[in-house]
Design a protein around this ligand. Structure first.
Ligand code: PMP
Length: 362
């Protein structure tokens, strides 16, 4: 029976390996450092009691507040169910299955390929060059038929920003041919690096944002697409009629109030200090070969034996994200920045590990 159901599915869906989110991977930890979430919940109360009514498709207050926060006009903002939905809406609106392609530069976020595959759209990859920067000549060679180029800055999982001059060159080479989609899911940790201010110069630039990271609202599922009005109008054609539940819009509006922004910025300050402290401590641990600088709320580190470390910490209830299968990231683990205590748990666990590895003292 189940075989015959399988045969009914689209071939690309049958062949699809779904994105393995941190939640799907499971684990029994008490220190969750594998999904780049904010470690503590920010309390909210629902202010609207109108659940008998359908919500607004694009809640005005949320749009206006996000536009003010991002420094763009409300007509340049689309709100959706997380940045993940933005990634997908762009493919739905711009890519003809079996004809057009998307391009991105591994190692990077896994949903660009999964969304493309789901819609039967070809994806091309151009590996990042040293320090995970764009390989512009190789991208130029691969652009034929490409409608969307996803770039991620700060990049997940490496934590680096892309060189702005390279992004300018990419925007020049794609003008009139393809959209450049800058995934800024982590930009609130380094707001000065945002490309939102470039929208006025580039009609084909799109910026993705989310409340899941610095705003501590991963469970809310609320993200934003910033783009010029023509792009937003096309996305509005393919978005669901009611993409945001009323409580989601309610909480998002509060998170984007002056007080909400102040709390977020305080959290960012603490988190960045915790990150720098973790980086310094990791660099002093045996078995850690490299710790890469980060502009986000996670750190990538290369270990001598990543799988042993991953498993040993997992057994102690500390859940990290293994990145060693990504191109160029052999023996790399990604550690989300938790509370100071959670980061200390990581360091203490690494120290006991290296102590038990060490030859016995006479
Ligand atoms: N882009 C990147 C680079 C991410 O890491 C994530 C979250 N894992 C997303 C987009 C999706 O964010 P959201 O929770 O808003 O769907």
């Amino acid at each position: 029976m189940s075989n015959s159901i399988d045969a009914l599915a689209r071939a690309n869906v049958r062949a699809l390996t779904p994105y393995m989110s941190a939640r799907r991977l499971g684990g029994n930890g008490d220190v969750w450092l594998n999904a780049n979430e904010y470690p503590l919940a920010v309390p909210f109360e629902l202010s609207q009691q109108t659940l008998n009514r359908y919500p607004e498709c694009q809640p005005k207050q949320v749009i206006e507040r996000y536009a003010a926060y991002a420094g763009v006009s409300p007509e340049q903002v689309l709100v959706s169910r997380g940045a993940d939905e933005g990634i997908e809406l762009l493919i739905r609106a711009f890519c003809e299955p079996g004809k057009d392609a998307v391009l991105f530069c591994p190692p990077t976020y896994g949903m660009y390929s999964v969304s493309a595959e789901t819609f039967g759209v070809e994806y091309r990859t151009v590996s990042a060059r040293e320090e995970w920067q764009l390989n512009l000549p190789a991208i130029a060679d691969q652009l034929d038929g490409v409608k969307l180029v996803y770039i991620c800055s700060p990049n997940n999982p490496t934590g680096n920003l892309l060189n702005p001059e390279d992004i300018r060159q990419l925007l020049e080479m794609t003008r009139g041919k393809a959209l450049v989609v800058a995934d800024e899911a982590y930009i609130d940790f380094c707001p000065e690096a945002s490309l939102a201010g470039w929208l006025k110069d580039y009609p084909h630039l799109v910026v993705l944002r989310t409340l899941s990271k610095a705003f501590a609202l991963a469970g809310l599922r609320c993200g934003f697409t910033l783009a010029n009005q023509d792009v937003i109008a096309l996305l509005l054609k393919v978005i669901a009629p009611y993409p945001l539940a009323t409580p989601v819009a309610d909480v998002a509006g509060q998170a984007l109030s002056d007080e909400g922004l102040r709390i977020m910025r305080d959290h960012v300050r603490v988190l960045v200090a915790t990150r720098e402290n973790l980086i310094e401590q990791l660099r002093n641990c045996d078995g850690v070969e490299a710790v890469f600088p980060s502009n986000a709320n996670y750190v990538l580190a290369r270990f001598t034996h990543a799988s042993t470390v991953f498993k040993a910490l997992w057994d102690r209830g500390i859940i990290l994200r293994d990145q060693s299968k990504q191109p160029g990231l052999t023996n790399c683990l990604r550690i989300s920045i938790g509370t100071r205590e959670e980061c200390d748990r990581v360091i203490n666990a690494l120290k006991t590990l290296s102590a038990s590895d060490a030859p016995e003292q006479a």
